[in-house]
Design a protein around this ligand. Structure first.
Ligand code: FES
Length: 132
């Protein structure tokens, strides 16, 4: 079974890297690994679990080091769209929010190794759920 390494980054600087199987959500994998993340509906409608894509595999190495790393075009919209698939529609996010890299961790499956910012600051950046 394919899995991807997802590094969760909290705003206090702490990080945790978890292996996410292709058939599980990032939230499920995080809970299995003992990481504490906020959630409520687990259906993609409340926005409580939102995170934000920081980088895909290879991107940081290209940014921070002259050796190695995979050059990626600076096209954040395409990166975010390619980074995740959803088990159901992410109703709580607008198309623009998805294009900006916001992701609902309760229903998202990563398609590559990546780094995701999590925590209340990310939640504060997006508006309330359209279903609230
Ligand atoms: S927990 Fe409600 S959208 Fe993820």
């Amino acid at each position: 079974m394919t899995s991807h390494d997802v590094t969760l980054e909290w705003t206090d600087g702490s990080t945790q890297t978890i292996a996410v199987d292709e058939n599980e959500s990032i939230l499920d994998a995080a809970q299995r690994a003992g990481a504490r993340l906020p959630y409520d509906c687990r259906k993609g409608t409340c926005i409580t679990c939102v995170g934000r894509l920081l980088a895909l595999e290879g991107e940081e190495a290209a940014d921070e080091s002259a050796e190695g790393g995979t050059e990626r075009p600076p096209d954040a919209d395409a990166d975010a769209a390619d980074a995740f698939t959803y088990r159901r529609a992410p109703a709580a996010l607008t198309d623009q929010e998805q294009a900006d890299g916001y992701v609902l961790l309760c229903i998202a499956h990563p398609q590559s190794d990546c780094r995701i910012e999590v925590g209340p600051r990310v939640r504060a950046e997006v508006g309330d759920s359209p279903w609230a």
